[in-house]
Design a protein around this ligand. Structure first.
Ligand code: GLP
Length: 239
């Protein structure tokens, strides 16, 4: 893992945006893997600014989001589809035909998972996967204990994840109990991975990422087995 330490969240967002923009410029039909959560919002803002100022085009870009809550309509303000439209898709020249997010309301969720995996393959696989990290080390919604060989699947969210994400809902009861997420194997097949780790709340997770054994009890540890991972962090930490 290549680790880039930056001074603050703005710098983290700019460094990350630079990598995404380079990817898009070098390969105008690149396939991007996108993440939600508060961490990548600054990156998306930078991409929007750059699109407006420099005209970087996403017309041929295809995107796959990592995950979605089970049971939320795309029109629900806390759905990840809504999030992506609000924070990125509505502000750049990407075609809605090229943006993919698992459907959390599919009638047959098993089929939905298979369909999603097939689509990623059909589009040639992910060139650049953007990741955040959960306080418990989850990537996407792959909670501790998820098999490293997992593909897109349904997961029961841990109480700690529901609690961490409850800040976006009006009450804890409204936080979905399940999510659909690409698997750890799916993430590991991405050609390049960019992990963003920001804020004191992630200090413990970051320390564990650096020091823990590679083990399914800490999902992000798997990234140490990938040959092209860049971690950008604004956490000052002497190891
Ligand atoms: C959610 C998402 C993850 C994200 C994590 C951290 O659980 N499914 O993809 O990395 O939250 O979010 P935040 O960046 O808000 O801390």
């Amino acid at each position: 893992m290549k680790i880039i330490n930056v001074g603050n969240y703005q710098e983290l967002s700019e460094r990350a945006a630079k990598i995404v923009i380079e990817t898009v410029q070098n390969k105008p039909n690149a396939v991007l893997g996108l993440a939600t959560g508060s961490t990548p919002i600054g990156l998306y803002n930078e991409l929007i600014d750059d699109h407006a100022k420099n005209g970087t085009s996403y017309r041929k870009i295809c995107t796959f989001n990592l995950d979605e809550y089970v049971g939320l309509e795309g029109s629900h303000p806390q759905s990840y589809l809504y999030f992506m439209r609000q924070h990125l898709f509505n502000h750049i020249d990407i075609s809605s035909e090229n943006t993919f997010i698992p459907n959390g309301k599919a009638e047959d969720m098993m089929k939905e998972c298979e369909r999603y995996e097939e689509l990623i393959k059909e589009k040639g696989g992910i060139d650049l996967q953007i990741l955040g990290i959960g306080q418990n080390g989850h990537i996407g919604f792959n909670e501790p204990g998820t098999s490293f060989s997992s593909r897109t699947h349904i997961i029961q969210l841990t109480e700690s994840t529901r609690k961490a994400n409850s800040r976006f809902f009006s009450s804890m009861d409204e936080v979905p109990t399940h999510a659909v997420t690409v698997g750890i194997q799916t993430i590991m097949e991405s050609r390049k991975i960019l992990l963003l780790v920001s804020g004191q709340a992630k200090m413990e997770a970051f320390k564990r990422l650096l020091s823990d054994e590679i083990d399914e009890s800490f999902p992000a540890s798997v990234l140490k087995l990938h040959n092209d991972v860049t971690v950008i962090t604004d956490i000052a930490f002497d190891n």
